[in-house]
Unconditional design. Sequence first.
Length: 535
Amino acid sequence: MKTKHWFTISVIAILVAYLCSHLLNLTILPVFADESIYIRWSQLIIDDWQQYAFFPLNDGKTPLPMWLTVLSLLGFKDPLFAGRFVSVIAGFFQVLTVGWVTSLLGGRKKTVLLSMILTTFLPFWFFHHRMALTEALLLLFISLSIATLIKAQHVFSKKNMCASSIAWSLLSGLFFGLAIWCKIPALLTVAALPLYIIVSPIKNKNKDATKFQTLALRLSLVSLTVFTGLVVFVLLKLHPAFGQLFNRGNDFLFPLSEVLLEGKWTQTIKNIPSYISYFAAYFTWPLLFLIIAALFGKRDKTNLFILVLSALSFLGPISLLGKVVYPRYLFPVVFYLTVATALAIQQLHDRYVSFAKSLPTKIIISMVLVFSLAHSLGMSGVFAYGALFKPSETTFVSADKEQYLEEWSSGHGITEVIEYLQTESKTKTIAVATEGSFGTLPDGLLMYLHRTDVSNLYVEGIGYPVTSFSEKYLSRAQEFDRKLLVVNSHRMLISTDSMELVLEVCRPNNAPCLQVWDVTASPLLNFVPETSDRL
């Protein structure tokens, strides 16, 4: 006999499983380049909030994730744990939000639980909820905006236009604005919002109102959401650096004019198979198959179509304009697909198992559903095991394997370098030059040195490629006992004569190593730039 509170107990169990699995070995994967940047910005805000509170705008980033990271940094000593903890908490509420949306769109209790389980363990969710990136917060606020907009439409369906439906729309707009404050691509959500005017039955409470008028009123709720969100967004315009927000767009996207008028679309559409492969690996192909199968069913598919169209409305512009597209840029799509999967399984079960008259059909469809879920959760388990215990064996797609494990963006060796520097600086002063000017180096080092005794340490990024030492470093380094260079082995372009390799940490899969060279005796340090009185 089922306990009276079985649903509540199940929800609590899922949330406990989520926290246990996501907090375990949270820092086992070394810091990633973008993580080091965001955490370092947050530390600068702690040091001088008046100067640095809106500093991310200068690099085309909105500041909300960094502000929330500040709160976490004040509570935890390990900066990487603190940064990733923000995403873990975002994921905790994301699990609840996905369940809420599933319920709002007609999912029964078991369907709601399934959607929450998928959000907890599917690789796309699992990985990004354990990284100090902006994606987790971005998608949480997008999901909350969608959820509250659906709620506004449900209230409207029952009571027509009223204070409650307007309040829910305003709340939806607030969440939409906060999503943009997390990351600019949240603006792509605008295309999907009008779809949600038909998620609940269209009933004319006012007998004099036509169906068109009712739809217009529903659309006005969507317009209120969009307007409120944009108002929240343009509040950033009060800061002088607002104009910098869109300056980095060309690094990742082709201008629309080039795509449509100069034929760049012929290049971008060739990448679509790669994007599909990301979802096949991280969302798993059996679940994609179930969504497609349910779309061809005869039962009500309206909400399923809305979710699929919402996913395409976000994926389409990126696929068309994308110059450099990594899996994390497509992460928001997984929200729509997860809810769609849960509803698809419910629909297929209802049609072919619960109400089917043919026993063979019931058996076959039941086996297909069980196999699909077992396969997907099995793939998720393999991914999670690697992420939790053996990061080098995590089943990343090739693009992510390069980013997080093998290339300069991977922070392998950072903590070892920090330990070496802290030990050596106890007895002598050290001037450290690093490859790069931000990112994994030097930010990955500086974030671990924040609020520690660095009286004997000086860290300076000298840019890339490493062909010489910057004048700033040369000037300061003369005051220190030892001079060190931290560099990636495949990006070291200066002679190592008179240098000593004192530490080397190699990345997985025979990838390049992070090296520390003692350059104290190098003739390249003999030049001391002269100060000039010229303007």
